[in-house]
Design a protein around this ligand. Structure first.
Ligand SMILES: *[C@@H]1O[C@H](CO)[C@@H](O)[C@H](O)[C@H]1NC(C)=O
Length: 441
């Protein structure tokens, strides 16, 4: 698929030069462009009489035709797809051309520019079967294309319809039994689209998140329902459902804007006061009178640890306790360093952990303890915690004084007392006879 790579390179080049120059007068203009994506066509075949189901993956090309993209000047040298003649593979690659006149594709730009940002778009096309009985397989065929930008970027799912009743003279694809255009492509029309702008989100405990999900559908289709489900560790639950104008929250504080839903196709779910148990994969499922599609958004909850360092016993040996409290998720690392005055810090080993505690809120706490060896001059100990919720490691330090000095002081103090006691006794003894004498007198 050398031509395809060349096509992308050209676009990246156009983009990079545009980035250097000032935004042109054309900035903010919508321009229709062809979005060409490398895909896999997945065909499932179940063999009769056996339980073996095999998946056949072949290369395919998806051309989203003339998608309006906001032009920031980067699309000036952009050329449209030149038709099937460009791709000469053996066996020939299936090319799906998809007109998007009936719907909007809001994340088209992300799909177009992913290559240049070092990201990848994975695209998978598979057969789709509408639920409704009106959808007759004799007159039409359907495919669904799932396009996902890597690194948690946007994900777009489209349902494409292919009319089978084209003119008799048309050639047909040998295996897919689909009519082909004169260029040898499969012409489709996108009738339904469900998109999320982010496939993965990290949010802090107690914050509010908006899980992005939007759709658009061809005229004549009706919105039937919106369901938000949470899937976590093998169990699923309904979070919010909207049916026939009625919204129902199954999780307290889950909301959806009914206005936004019906006028803008915005089915984003808002969750407030996030808890650890809100973590998981959220499935946004949109059902229309003919099609159903969904997007999955992974929500990860994070809570930063509080770090406190204390000296447990002043007696020997002194023990340092680093208390790491209220963090989530579980993965966390502690490093201990010891620093003598005028020297660079040295990492020390030999720390031990207490048992792990989990609060009712789901956050974790643990303490790490270390026997301090302050040496002759004393040392500063630091316990440093690394956690996914922290941009930089969080540390706490304390100074441990030299025990020898303390002991010496103690000895001096103790011997001082002893000496005083002796002196006192001695004095008493010397005074005693005097007293006796006094009595005698
Ligand atoms: C959809 O609605 C949510 C709030 O309900 C908002 O945060 C988001 O920006 C909206 N999305 C679009 C594409 O307008």
């Amino acid at each position: 698929m050398g031509t395809e790579a060349g096509w992308c390179l050209l676009l990246c080049l156009a983009l990079s030069t545009a980035a250097e120059t000032e935004p042109s007068a054309a900035a903010g203009q919508w321009r229709p462009v062809d979005v060409v994506l490398d895909c896999f066509l997945v065909e499932e075949s179940g063999h009769r009489g056996t339980l073996v189901r095999s998946e056949n993956r072949v290369k395919a090309l998806l051309v989203l035709q003339q998608v309006p993209v906001l032009d920031d000047g980067s699309l000036e040298d952009f050329t449209d797809f030149q038709g099937g003649a460009l791709v000469r593979d053996d066996p020939p690659t299936v090319i799906f051309e998809a007109s998007v006149d009936l719907i909007q594709i809001p994340e088209a730009k992300a799909l177009l520019h992913a290559d240049c940002g070092g990201k990848e778009v994975t695209c998978e096309i598979s057969r789709y079967f509408p639920q409704a009985k009106e959808a007759k397989a004799e007159t039409a065929a359907w495919f669904m294309a799932n396009m996902q930008v890597s690194e948690g970027g946007p994900s777009v799912s489209v349902v494409m319809k292919i009319l089978r009743d084209t003119d008799r003279g048309a050639t047909w694809h040998p295996t897919l039994s689909l009519p082909l255009t004169h260029q040898g492509t499969v012409q489709t029309a996108v009738e339904f689209q469900v998109t999320t702008r982010t496939q993965s989100l990290n949010y802090m405990l107690e914050s509010t998140v908006s899980l992005d999900c939007g759709f658009s559908m061809a005229p004549g289709l009706d919105l039937i329902s919106v369901d938000w489900r949470l899937q976590h560790k093998g169990s699923g639950q309904l979070v919010y459902s909207w049916t026939a104008g009625q919204g129902q929250a199954e999780r307290e504080g889950a909301t959806l804007e009914p206005e936004q839903l019906q006028t803008a196709g915005n089915a984003s779910l808002i969750l407030s006061s996030l808890r650890v148990k809100d973590e998981g994969a959220y499935i946004c499922q949109i059902t229309t009178s003919l099609y159903r599609a969904q997007q999955i958004i992974q929500l990860n909850i994070q809570a930063s640890p509080k770090v406190r360092l204390s000296l447990a016993n002043k007696a020997l040996p002194p023990t340092l306790i680093c208390n790491i409290a209220g963090y989530y998720p579980l993965d966390m690392a502690v490093t201990w360093t010891r620093e003598e005055l005028g020297r660079s810090p040295v990492q020390v080993s030999g720390a031990s952990f207490s048992s792990l505690r989990q609060s009712t809120a789901g956050t974790y706490s643990i303490s790490s303890s270390l026997t301090a060896e302050p040496g002759f001059a004393g040392a500063t100990y630091t316990c440093q915690v690394t956690h996914v919720s922290l941009k930089e490691p969080l540390g706490a330090s304390t100074q441990v004084g030299p025990p020898e000095q303390k002991m010496a002081l103690g000895v001096i103090f103790a011997s001082g007392l002893f000496f005083l006691a002796l002196l006192f006794l001695g004095l008493q003894r010397r005074q005693a006879p005097a007293r006796v004498g006094l009595l005698q007198a």
